[in-house]
Each structure stands twice: as structure tokens, then as C-alpha cells.
Design a protein around this ligand. Structure first.
Ligand SMILES: [Zn+2]
Length: 261
């Protein structure tokens, strides 16, 4: 007899690599962890981001309560991601020079520091808005071959729109990074609190500075094709305590929590 079964049935979301699951927190919960990472807490749920490299199998979330720790189990199912072949005209964007690698290293460190932020919870995360309307031109998770060479998988969602189309903050947050990056072009990162950090790449214009506060729906920049891009689009990354997840999986699970409450 598994005493955790009643809780198992209440887990919502997509238990797949790159997905997000939500675990209801018992009263008086003092936090939740998954694989050593804290959860993003939203209303009375722990949101667990499953990185793309998560292997299928049974996992558990550790929930701290005043009377001791509780484990809640859930399954991660396999998910196949298609291969995307792209031709990038500027080969330096596929095979950077040594001086580019120094720059890329510094930029990667700035992004990693932002993804590691664990600020106090901000405003309510629902509804988590799409930053821009447009065609979903490249989904999360695709394996990528650039100019015939395998590269890291696509850890964001691409939304194609005309250059200059304004983009909006999906939820309230603080701008923690702005800059012009080698691959990502003009970039903005927003800290929404509780370990949820989002990144916006290839912008045409950036209207904000580091430290600026944004409310849900506020414009902060426009769609462009700066950095490594084959056309104007937004590359949108959603990170939960450093686990990059499919932005649509987060939107979906927040909607499910709204419905069941
Ligand atoms: Zn992208």
C-alpha cells in the first residue's frame, strides 16, 4: 500500500523532458525540492521544471513540512524531439573565432548568474502571457544541426514576427540583464521571483535597463534578427531555478492550476 497515492493523483502538468509538473503543497509546507533544486512556488503548488536531459522514470519531490519531509512521486515519460537542420550564412556564428569564444564565455557567465537568481516570489504568475503574437517557428527541444554540424538542442521557443513588433512581459518582474550578445543578439532577461527567470533574444530595440521593474503586459523591446538568426523572431527561454523548460508547458500548467482551484 503506497501512502503517497492520494497525492500522486493530484499532480498536474506534463511529466516529460522540458516539461513542468505541479505538485499540491500540504498546509504548513515550508518548501519543496526536486533533484536538489528548489521548486518555484505558485499559490499552493510547487512547480517543478524538468530539464531536457531528464531521463524517463519515476521521480519524487521532497516537500518539507513542520512535521517532517513528505515525498510525492510522479513519472517522466519519454518524448522524441525532431531534428532541425539550419543553414547559417555567417559561418563565424557556427564556428566562432578564438576572440569570439572569450566574449561568449563572459556572456554565458552573465546568463548563468541570472538563471541562478532565487529572489523572493513576485506577483501572481497566472496568466503567463505570450510575449508576442506570431507563428511558433521553432518549438522547444529540437535537436539542431547547423551547417551540417550538431549543436546543442533548442532550449527555448521561437516566435516569428515582423521586425519592430513590440513584445510584452508575460508577468511582473525585474530586468536583470540587458546586452548585445554574440549568439543571442540584443537580449533582455527578466527575474519574476521564486527562481523563475525568462530571456528574450534577437531584439531589434530594447526599451529597458537593468533594475527596471515591469508589470504584466508592459512593453520592453521589439522583435528583431540580431545575433544568430535566420529571420526576425523572438527566442524565448523560460528557466526554473536553472532548469530550462518549454514555455508553453509552464503556461499550460498555470492554466490547469487556475481551473482546479
Ligand atoms: Zn530559438
Amino acid at each position: 500500500m503506497n501512502l503517497l497515492l492520494p497525492l500522486l493523483a493530484a499532480v498536474v502538468g506534463s511529466g516529460v523532458p522540458g516539461g513542468v509538473v505541479a505538485v499540491p503543497l500540504p498546509e504548513h509546507a515550508v518548501g519543496a525540492h526536486f533533484e536538489g533544486r528548489p521548486a518555484v512556488v505558485h499559490r499552493d503548488h510547487a512547480l517543478i521544471g524538468l530539464p531536457l536531459e531528464t531521463s524517463p522514470g519515476e521521480y519524487s519531490v521532497d516537500i518539507g513540512t513542520r512535521t517532517g519531509d513528505v515525498k510525492v512521486s510522479f513519472n517522466v515519460e519519454p518524448k522524441e524531439f525532431p531534428v532541425q537542420r539550419l543553414t547559417i550564412a555567417n559561418d563565424r556564428m557556427v564556428n566562432p573565432r578564438s576572440e569570439d569564444l572569450v566574449r561568449i564565455g563572459k556572456e554565458t557567465a552573465r546568463m548563468r548568474a541570472a538563471y541562478a537568481l532565487a529572489s523572493p516570489a513576485g506577483g501572481d504568475l497566472h496568466p503567463f502571457l505570450l510575449p508576442v503574437d506570431g507563428e511558433m517557428s521553432s518549438p522547444f527541444g529540437r535537436k539542431r544541426i547547423l551547417n551540417g554540424q550538431p549543436r546543442s538542442p533548442h532550449q527555448g521557443l521561437d516566435i516569428a514576427a515582423n521586425t519592430g513588433t513590440q513584445m510584452i512581459a508575460p508577468a511582473a518582474g525585474t530586468v536583470v540583464v540587458t546586452g548585445n550578445f554574440f549568439f543571442n543578439g540584443n537580449t533582455v532577461m527578466i527575474d519574476h521571483g521564486s527562481g523563475l527567470v525568462t530571456m528574450y533574444c534577437h531584439l531589434h530595440e530594447v526599451h529597458v535597463e537593468e533594475g527596471d521593474s515591469l508589470v504584466r503586459g508592459e512593453t520592453f523591446g521589439s522583435v528583431g534578427a540580431t545575433g544568430r538568426a535566420t529571420g526576425p523572431h523572438l527566442h524565448w527561454t523560460v528557466s526554473m531555478h536553472g532548469a530550462k523548460v518549454d514555455p508553453l508547458a509552464l503556461i499550460q500548467v498555470l492554466g490547469e492550476i487556475e481551473r482546479i482551484e
